[in-house]
Design a protein around this ligand. Structure first.
Ligand SMILES: Nc1ncnc2c1ncn2[C@@H]1O[C@H](COP(=O)(O)OP(=O)(O)OP(=O)(O)O)[C@@H](O)[C@H]1O
Ligand SMILES: [Mg+2]
Length: 265
């Protein structure tokens, strides 16, 4: 590896550490920090349960889930359809409320945050790849990927080159001006991944990010995640049905009947 590359990598890591420290500082400032949080933990949940109510019907989906994701850790979550994987990711990302238990993101108790605080920590520290991409239909791929940077207050002229570079990394340099309706399913998914990675967040939560991709594109996406993980210390929590890709993560967990097990079960 040449000297410039080593220096580049050093400054990336420094940048990312600064961003995490900024988020931690804001956490201390707003009084949401909880006592038992370890600085090396990015996301954790304790006794997390979720029961949906449909009229008189109670649908228990998650039962007392405990999870701790360390900085720089890559975790796969597998489980059969309907086992609660998306529900768990939504709770960990502060997109939904638990029935009981707690979630902490960078030491902040998500349940105690208001909507603005949740939006802020998601924009500053998390990248979310939804199972059904959720791209904004009236915006181009480039504008969709630039959006989280604009929300952070970056100027459009500065954000667009960064977004274009991330789209190139996911193999979409030739599709930047396309609307979501003009992209294939796999291209939409890769655009959604680029949008999640563009802010270089502390943790990426990805729900079936390779579900619509062929083997080569899926491998390339996992390579990109691994690269960001090594360069920036980004943590990844990835829901996947692909056991081979799950095997590339450091830890693989399986949801069975709402309970989280080591994947060997
Ligand atoms: N808003 C809701 N109201 C009622 N039940 C819900 C709701 N959302 C999810 N569920 C139920 O919770 C269970 C888990 O759903 P979830 O989407 O988390 O599964 P999943 O593991 O992600 O499945 P898949 O692999 O098919 O994406 C399902 O049985 C589903 O019907
Ligand atoms: Mg799902």
């Amino acid at each position: 590896m040449n000297k410039n590359r080593i220096e580049d990598r050093g400054s990336w890591i420094e940048d990312s550490n600064n961003r995490i420290q900024d988020a931690e500082k804001r956490t201390e400032d707003n009084g949401l920090k909880t006592g038992n949080w370890k600085p090396e933990t990015v996301i954790s949940c304790r006794d997390l349960s979720k029961t949906f109510t449909l009229g008189k019907l109670q649908v228990p989906v998650l039962k007392s889930v405990n999870l701790e994701v360390a900085r720089g850790e890559r975790i796969a979550i597998v489980g059969s359809s309907g086992s609660g994987k998306s529900t768990l990711l939504h709770l960990l990302g502060g997109l939904d409320n638990a029935s009981s238990g707690s979630v902490q993101i960078l030491g902040q108790d998500v349940q105690k945050m208001n909507e603005t605080q949740r939006g802020d920590i998601r924009n500053q520290s998390l990248g979310f790849v939804y199972q059904f991409h959720h791209l904004l239909p009236e915006f181009t791929a480039l504008e969709n990927v630039a959006m989280p940077l604009l929300i952070r207050g970056m100027k459009r002229a500065d954000a667009e080159p960064v977004a274009a570079a991330m789209l190139a990394k996911v193999g979409l340099a030739h599709r930047v001006q396309h609307l979501p309706s003009e992209l294939s399913g796999g291209e939409r998914q890769r655009t959604a991944v680029a949008r999640a990675l563009v802010t270089e967040p502390a943790c990426v939560l990805a729900d079936e990010p390779t579900g619509n991709l062929d083997r080569n594109s899926a491998e390339a996406l996992f390579d990109l995640m691994q690269q960001l993980n090594e360069q920036l210390g980004t943590s990844f929590i990835v829901v996947t049905h692909d056991l081979e890709l799950a095997g590339r993560m450091q830890k693989s967990l399986k949801l069975i009947d709402g309970v989280l097990h080591n994947a060997a079960c």
